[in-house]
Design a protein around this ligand. Structure first.
Ligand code: AMP
Ligand code: ZN
Length: 113
């Protein structure tokens, strides 16, 4: 996916503020944070969204959850946080590379939409 923004970030062609990286996962700060902590956690493999996952690829979501937990501790989100993945047009997904938003550092809105 050479026109994918997040694939370009993974390739180092577009700069990002990385906060975690391993062989499968990258996490970096959202360029337009909606809370004091707003991190994007993405698989290095390109999948458009949750809708593109199958039985073979779905375990990467578990890997992402463990990275989220680790980052939540690192960024002192002991009081709680939110993990969000937007899917498709009605989900307001703007970047078509699977990603989870890790959001916290303040009391979040009770309503989610
Ligand atoms: P979504 O709307 O769920 O697809 O989320 C895409 C997110 O990517 C938004 O929160 C954007 O602020 C964020 N974003 C877009 N471009 C960049 C970038 N170059 N570096 C970091 N985050 C970005
Ligand atoms: Zn991509």
């Amino acid at each position: 996916m050479n026109d994918c923004l997040f694939c370009k970030i993974i390739a180092g062609e577009i700069p990002s503020t990385k906060v975690y990286e391993d062989e499968k996962i990258l996490a970096f700060k959202d360029i337009n944070p909606q809370a004091p902590v707003h991190i994007l956690i993405i698989p290095k493999e390109h999948y458009e969204s949750v809708d593109a996952l199958d039985e073979a690829s779905a375990p990467v979501v578990g890997d992402i959850m463990l990275v989220a937990k680790r980052l939540a501790a690192e960024f002192h989100l002991e009081s709680g946080y939110r993990l969000i993945t937007n899917i498709g047009e009605n989900g307001c997904q703007s970047v078509k590379h699977l990603h989870f938003h890790l959001i916290g550092g303040t009391k979040l809105a009770e309503r989610m939409c």
